[in-house]
Design a protein around this ligand. Structure first.
Ligand code: UD1
Length: 426
């Protein structure tokens, strides 16, 4: 089994460049279905989730040319299938992002129901309710969602009960060719949604208001292929800023817009982290011991759930006690149990975590509970006493490109190793 081993206590500083956002690249890849022809995506991260989305598109009939590590040329002219099987949806829930594009192009789609997920139930009822309001009919049989549009897709007004990222994206894509205008109220406002709307508009769609809670989509005819650069990954950036904040720094992160981390950087400053914002990046460093600060996760521009575990790693070492409230996913505190093995003092009560800062962490064998929690265990290992071995690193590789290599570039003593299964933590 593959593990990441970290030797704690070495100074961390220098510059690191982040890639394109995973959560944007996956949806942009799905959206290429809507513009038959050859679309080029640049700044695509080379991570396993992108490979899975590549498989989904190929299953549908697309061809993908990997021009260089970060450039994909996707030809969707011969896409002639509209079915995404469970084996791919089970690997990656974001495979359901093809639902909207398939409905837009073919007026029908068959997508396997996503199963349970390790960070909560992650239902897709909001996608379905919203699409039904646009005239989509759903039948669920044998674990598959069969979507059809007997009278075409018809513009309507949809109010989301929760500002779901995935539901906003599927609705935005499905309604691009609708008859009339679609309005999504209480839409998610994440930068990745703005990136998707921008690409669709470059392709000829008429979408306004992306980045606000009210998105308007005026139905248009055919879309045309384009060349599009994926927005920088604010979560990868935030993760490396935490490396600087927890281990000393300064760490200078480039390749993203610091406005996309607005509240995250404010919380870091409240913890006593030094922050310097630039146009295309940010620098973080620590001067003294971190201070405890309460955090609650919320949809953008609130504090992102995808930066919750990284904050928990920092706050585990802060001076004092604080509460982290998880409002987005009901079961996203599995990281707490793992970092507790390293000496952190965290009590979970429902969707609150009470974190009492300790003086230091000690290296231990731990396992990645999920993508961001896994990366955060490696960050904790940077400052723990002795060696930390993180297993289940396939979670980390879903979303971080060359994570070990980039940390090495900052001076971390970290390596990826294959160890015999009986030495690993399953
Ligand atoms: C996306 C991101 C993920 C991020 C999350 C919240 C991708 C590939 N993933 O996930 O990294 O953590 O946004 O910022 O972009 N919900 C329902 N019914 C629905 C849809 C969602 O109950 O139909 C619930 C979910 O169970 C969850 C919450 O709403 O509790 C947020 O989900 P959503 O915003 O849709 O997240 P994803 O799009 O799945």
């Amino acid at each position: 089994m593959d593990v990441i081993k970290v030797e704690g206590g070495h100074p961390i500083s220098g510059e690191v460049h982040v890639g394109g956002a995973k959560n944007s690249a996956l949806k942009l890849m799905a959206a290429t279905i809507m513009a038959p022809g050859v679309t080029t995506l640049t700044n695509v991260p080379n991570i396993s989730d992108v490979h899975v989305m590549g498989k989904v598109l190929k299953r549908l009939g697309a061809t993908i040319d990997v021009v260089d590590e970060h450039t994909l040329v996707i030809d969707t002219s011969s896409v002639d299938k509209w079915e995404t099987p469970y084996e791919l949806v089970a690997k990656m829930r974001a495979s359901t992002a093809v639902l909207g594009p398939l409905l837009a192009r073919f007026g029908r789609a068959v997508v396997a129901m996503p199963g349970g997920c390790n960070i909560g139930a992650r239902k897709i009822d909001l996608h379905i309710l919203g699409l039904e309001a646009l005239g989509v009919d759903f039948q669920v049989t044998h674990g598959n969602i069969h979507a059809t549009t007997p009278n075409g897709i018809i513009g309507n007004s949809v109010t989301l009960e929760f500002a779901s990222v995935g539901a906003t994206e599927n609705l935005m894509m499905a309604s691009v060719h609708a008859k009339g205008t679609t309005v999504i109220d209480n839409a998610a406002r994440e930068p990745e949604i703005v990136d998707l709307a921008n690409m669709l508009n470059e392709m000829g769609a008429k979408i306004s208001g992306a980045g606000t809670p009210l998105i308007e989509i005026e139905g248009v005819g055919e879309l045309h292929p384009v060349k599009h650069h994926v927005v920088g990954d604010r979560i990868e950036a935030g993760t490396f800023l935490v490396a600087g904040a927890i281990a000393g720094g300064p760490v200078h992160v480039t390749g993203f817009d610091p406005n996309h981390l607005g509240l995250v950087l404010k919380k870091f400053e409240a913890m006593g982290v030094g922050i310097e914002r630039e146009e295309d990046g940010c620098t973080a460093w620590r001067e003294g011991r971190l201070h405890s600060v309460d955090i609650q996760t919320l949809p953008f521009p609130g504090y992102p759930t995808d930066m919750q575990a990284q904050a928990m790693a920092m706050l585990s070492l802060a001076d004092g006690q604080c509460i982290i409230t998880e409002n987005v996913f009901e079961n996203r505190f599995m990281f707490a149990g793992e970092i507790a093995r390293m000496g952190a003092d965290i009590r979970i009560e429902g969707h609150h975590a009470i974190v009492r800062g300790v003086e230091g962490l000690s290296g231990a064998q731990v396992k990645s509970p999920e993508l961001r929690g896994g990366a955060s265990l490696v960050l904790a290992g940077l400052v723990a006493d002795g060696e930390t071995t993180v297993s289940n690193i396939f979670h980390i590789e879903r979303g971080y490109e060359h994570f070990v290599h980039k940390l090495e570039g900052l001076g971390a003593h970290v390596r990826r190793e294959t160890i015999p299964d009986d030495e690993s933590v399953e």
